[in-house]
Design a binder for this molecule. Structure first.
Ligand code: HEM
Length: 213
């Protein structure tokens, strides 16, 4: 019997465009609906808190999906998941920046003096800020022209996506004042998604250490 050729599976151009349009519709639609309901006082007793929670948690959900795309591409195998990586990565940033704006506009009311005391009182906000700055750097440099210009530096910078996940999870757990309940599940999901990369990095480190001996 002839061995079956392992041709990578692909979407047609049309299918890919439809799927991207659906993702845009859901991701933008949900954010617009959240702010519409929040501004019109229809998000429960504390709309600012609800907005903060929803934008923050969905930034993490989208980050999970973005990080799953590379292992998925290898597993299928197919180049298709990678074609959605940039788009979903940008939505992680959009939700995270919406989360920051909610905090700055609605909670702080743009009182920047208050921010200083907040940073001392709630240091997890500093962790969130570091994650947001890294996300911003990745989003800005996701432009093809910058990718070409930056060469090898681009790849190095984009590895910081693996630092953003633990930073975001630390910020989340700290804001909840516990690692138990919801945060522990998120850490577990994060570990499962990162398991391949963690084992590869550990193996490389062991190899390097052995080479030095
Ligand atoms: C400048 C950056 C950031 C600021 C100022 C900020 C601010 C805050 C604040 C004040 C809370 C507490 C809300 C509460 O008291 O219930 C919070 C919670 C949270 N933040 Fe952030 N954050 C930032 C960045 C991020 C980023 C980058 C992510 C994710 C990628 C994130 C995800 C979350 C999550 C998941 C929560 C918990 C929401 C919940 O209670 O369910 N934050 N953040």
């Amino acid at each position: 019997m002839k061995p079956r050729s392992k041709k990578p599976w692909r979407f047609s151009h049309f299918q890919r465009r439809v799927l991207k349009a659906v993702i845009h519709l859901i991701a933008t639609g949900y954010l617009v609906a959240l702010f519409y309901l929040g501004v019109n006082d229809q998000l429960g007793p504390d709309p600012v808190d609800a907005l903060l929670n929803e934008t923050g948690i969905w930034a993490i959900h989208l980050l999970f999906v973005t990080l799953l795309l590379s292992p998925l591409a290898k597993r299928l195998p197919s180049p298709e998941p990678i074609k959605f990586r940039r788009m979903l990565g940008i939505y992680v940033f959009v939700y995270a920046i919406a989360h920051f704006f909610t905090y700055a506009f609605f909670e702080l009311q743009l009182d920047w003096h208050l921010l200083t005391s907040e940073l001392v009182k709630r240091p997890y906000i500093v962790v969130g800020m570091v994650a947001l700055i890294l996300l911003m750097a990745l989003t800005v440099t996701s432009l093809s022209v910058l990718r070409r210009k930056m060469g090898k530096q681009w790849q190095r910078l984009h590895y910081s996506i693996y630092a953003i996940l633990p930073l975001a999870l630390l910020h989340f757990s700290w804001s909840q004042k516990t690692f138990w309940q919801a945060p522990i599940f998120y850490w577990l999901i994060g570990l499962i998604i990162m398991r391949g990369r963690i084992t590869r990095t550990a193996a490389k480190t062991v190899k390097r250490l052995k080479a030095y001996q």
